[in-house]
Design a protein around this ligand. Sequence first.
Ligand SMILES: [Zn+2]
Ligand SMILES: [Zn+2]
Length: 370
Amino acid sequence: MSEATRQVTEADRRPSTFPAHAFAAASATSGFRPLTIPRRSAGPQDVQIEILYCGVCHSDMHQVRNEWVSVMPTVYPCVPGHEIVGRVVKAGNAVKKFKEGDLAAVGCMVDSCRTCENCRAGLEVYCETPGGLILTYNGTDKYLGGVTYGGYSDSIVVDEAFVLRVSDKLSLAGTAPLLCAGITTYSPMRHWKVSKGQKVGIVGLGGLGHMGVKFAHALGAHVVLFTTSPNKVADGRRLGADEVVVSKNAEEVQKHAGSFHFILDAVSAEHDLNTYLSLLKRDGTMVLVGAPEKPLPVSSFALLFGRHSLSGSAIGGIRETQEMLDFCAEHNIASDIELIRMQQIDEAYDRLARGDVKYRFVIDMASLKS
Ligand SMILES: [Zn+2]
Ligand SMILES: [Zn+2]
């Protein structure tokens, strides 16, 4: 085989592409600009989705601003977005779950090794194979090379194994945040079996916390929300909390000592874990789903007395994400959102950094066309 022939073969292995409109950050400080990106043409197992809505997650901001440089350095241009809802415009000939015109969603991952113990258990997010887990953006694009581009775009092509079915019963825009904020809070509640008759604490009322309150309430628990903001008390109750405690009031917090079966800590800023650990009942568990930049000190005593557990949880697997979406359709649960135009994204990030959103920004992708 001649050099020339071999080169042609290599190139042939790369799928053909089509151009998609997107908004991308050129650097950590550039803000967003329109950019045309290539998407692969749908292969036999692929679903091509016209993106209608994409949620704006805290992770998007951290990634764009390269704040996770030691763990996941950002490759620019960066097109974030992993709370994607849209309509199938093309389904490959081997696709079973979807047909043209169906609603569909994509969350934080677009592929994994699919063969390791965790993948086979439906826990793809914990894929053990190095490089196996492919995140929706800033991941390794094994089809086109370079990095994957996320949902701040009018189109995405994903293997059907990583595409979720979406009910038309819920607001589509309010469904988008379920793909990250939803599954991140639902998964630990299912794993630790939150149920009727239990007392559940939710710490922090933001994008994650507000979904936590809704799920804990829907699962039948007695829900106590802890928030630093007195002006979120009424909202907390509206979202489903039975009690709302302003956490700056130490006396109010201590009234709940030793009483919780389960606490979901959704705070991503520095805060005192030990106060909340002491609120657990014997054998109670506190789960962290927020990701503060710096390590947080834990007192052994807060764990020893009461045999308390401290754990963490990341997103959720594909099977459970589908279960969560079905649960939401059944219980009429969606995210409380503020719909924005793509062009407002820089302003939205500034507001997100200040915690000024109730409770998730969602981009209306129709604005990309205007
Ligand atoms: Zn996210
Ligand atoms: Zn795996």
